[in-house]
Structures are given as C-alpha cells and as structure tokens.
Design a protein around this ligand. Structure first.
Ligand code: NAI
Length: 286
C-alpha cells in the first residue's frame, strides 16, 4: 500500500519542501502539503494555472499530484493562541482551520492517517541582525516559528501516524558552527531543532515506533534564503571549499528525505544527516 505524506512549508517550487514532495511522490507516496496562510492564495492560483507544471515533472514523465493543500500557520497551536489582529486580518480571515491542531484534525478527518511528516519551514523576523543586536521578541519569534513549530506538529500528528512512520525536519550547520549573517536567533533555533530531534526520536520511538531525523542541508537559493541576504555568497563559498565542488540541487535533499522515510532507513533515528556536498567536514577552506 502506498504511503501518505504531510509536508509543512511548501509555498512555491523553489524550496526544499517542494523537492521533498517530488521525491516522495516519485517513490509512490500520496502528497498533502501545509502552506503558510499568507502565501496560500498565490500558491494555489499558481498551481491551478500551471505555473509549476515544469517543476512538477517527475523522472517517469508524469506530473506530481498534490492531493490537498491545507492552510497552516505553525506558530499557532489552536484558536486560543490566535490574537485578534490575526483573526481579523484579511489574508487569514479568508481561510479557516489553519492552526496546527486544526490541520491535524482535518487531515485525520480527510484521510485517517499518514506515514510521513515533513517540517520544512522556518522564520526569523530579525535574521539579518547579529545575535547581539537581536531583541527578545525577535529571538523568541525565531524559536517559535522554526523550532517549537516542529514539536507542535509532531505532537499533533503523532496520533495519526502509522507505526513505522518517519518524521523529518530541515536544519542548517549554523547551529553548531559560526556562520556570520545567520542571525536573529536563527542559529539558536536550529540548535534547538537538532537537540529536539534526539529527544523526540526517543519519545516518538518508544511510544509510537516513529523515527525522527533531521537533514542538515547546504545552501539553496529558496525564497526564505534570499530573504537572509547572503545566499549567493554561501553557494559560492561551498562550491569553492566543499569536497564536492558543485552546486547543491534541492533534489539531492529530496532524495535523502525519501530514503529516510523509507524502510531502507529503518534503523536510523535521532540522526542529523548532512546533505551539503561534504562542506561540514572541512576544517579550513582550500
Ligand atoms: P522556503 O521559502 O521554500 O520554505 C520556508 C517555508 O516556510 C515557506 O514556504 C514559508 O511560507 C513557510 N513558513 C514560514 N513561516 C511559517 C509559519 N509560521 N507557518 C507555516 N509555514 C511557514 O525555503 P527553504 O530554504 O526551502 O526552507 C525550508 C527549510 O530548509 C527551513 O527549515 C530552512 O531553515 C531549511 N534550510 C534551508 C537552507 C537554504 O539554504 N535554503 C539551508 C539549510 C536548511
């Protein structure tokens, strides 16, 4: 029987979430996505108008099907969390049931269960500020959108995940090494995400037989990365210094996610897997 995946954090065809969806679809999985509420309209319109058709092309020549797109804002766990200004915001008022708990309930109602959960989202409003200039509010917002959002997603989706299932998030090496420019508490958020990957692997493994891993990905020119401002420099740096001197393709991360979600990875949990052309292994640039 085919597996079903829910991928949170797909709003265009440039990011890691899209590439992961494609690799999972190519491996036979049914694809559900969670799209940030403010980005939902453009994403659905573009999908409908065929703007992504070229990127939907899979190795066998067919087009990736997305069975359903759910509006999602992963900084809110349930309606009690949502402040008045968001509730009445035009972009939010046009959709409903987009808190994490409500999305999990909707997926359960629509499909009963899933096998694969992917968290491919992050947000740090002060990412361009050095940590020393980051406000408490900005720091906590980065942690809320980029780290706790994963704890919350897994917590609410676990009850509908089939035993043997797999959960994957995306992290970045700035969690463990100094990457100037990855600021606003985003380096802290990724450190939390990686630590949580281990603890969640224990809890979800013991309780539900679910594996929990993270992919530490190299630089990709996604929408989120362009907002940080130094992505072209990071791609150049990697090409110049990594053991494999090529640009990283999002598909290489997608294929690793498909492996981690498959029975081929049945003993891998609590792991941070580097998909970065080996850059993490370098001590100095040469
Ligand atoms: P992306 O822009 O394709 O994905 C980020 C997504 O997060 C967007 O679709 C955005 O709408 C969504 N999002 C933001 N706040 C949200 C919220 N509150 N609720 C729901 N969705 C929300 O960019 P990218 O780069 O593919 O990011 C995916 C993951 O990969 C992130 O965790 C990022 O930190 C990670 N990553 C990216 C690298 C890169 O160079 N692009 C390198 C290593 C990790």
């Amino acid at each position: 029987k085919g597996k079903r995946a829910f991928i949170a954090g797909v709003a265009d065809d440039n990011g890691y979430g899209w590439a992961i969806a494609k690799s999972l679809a190519a491996a036979g999985a049914e694809i559900l996505v969670g799209t940030w509420v403010p980005a939902l309209n453009i994403f659905e319109t573009s999908l409908r108008r065929g703007k992504f058709d070229e990127s939907r092309l899979m190795p066998d020549g067919s087009l990736m099907e997305i069975t359903k797109v759910y509006p999602l804002d992963a900084v809110f766990d349930n309606l009690d969390d949502v402040p008045e200004d968001i509730k009445t915001n035009k972009r939010y008022a046009g959709s409903s049931k987009w808190t994490v708990q409500e999305v999990a309930e909707s997926v359960k109602q629509d499909f009963g269960s899933i096998d694969i959960l992917v968290h491919s989202l992050a947000n740090g409003p002060e990412v361009s500020k050095p940590l020393l200039e980051t406000s408490r509010k900005g720091y906590l917002a980065a942690l809320s959108a980029s780290s706790y959002s994963y704890v919350s997603l897994l917590k609410h989706f676990l009850p509908l995940m089939n035993p043997g299932g797999s959960s994957i998030s995306l992290t970045y090496i700035a969690s463990e090494q100094i990457i100037p420019g990855y600021g606003g508490g985003m380096s802290s958020a990724k450190a939390a995400l990686e630590s949580d990957t281990r603890v969640l692997a224990f809890e979800a493994g013991r309780k539900h037989k679910i594996r929990v891993n993270a992919i530490s990905a190299g630089p990709l020119r996604s929408r989120a990365a362009k907002a940080i401002g130094f992505i072209d420099m990071m791609i150049e740096y990697s090409k110049a210094n990594a053991p494999l001197q090529k640009e990283l393709s999002a598909d290489e991360v997608g294929n690793t996610a498909a492996f981690l979600a498959s029975p081929l990875a049945s003993a891998i949990t609590g792991a941070i897997i580097y998909v970065d052309n080996g850059l993490n292994a370098m001590g100095i640039g040469v």
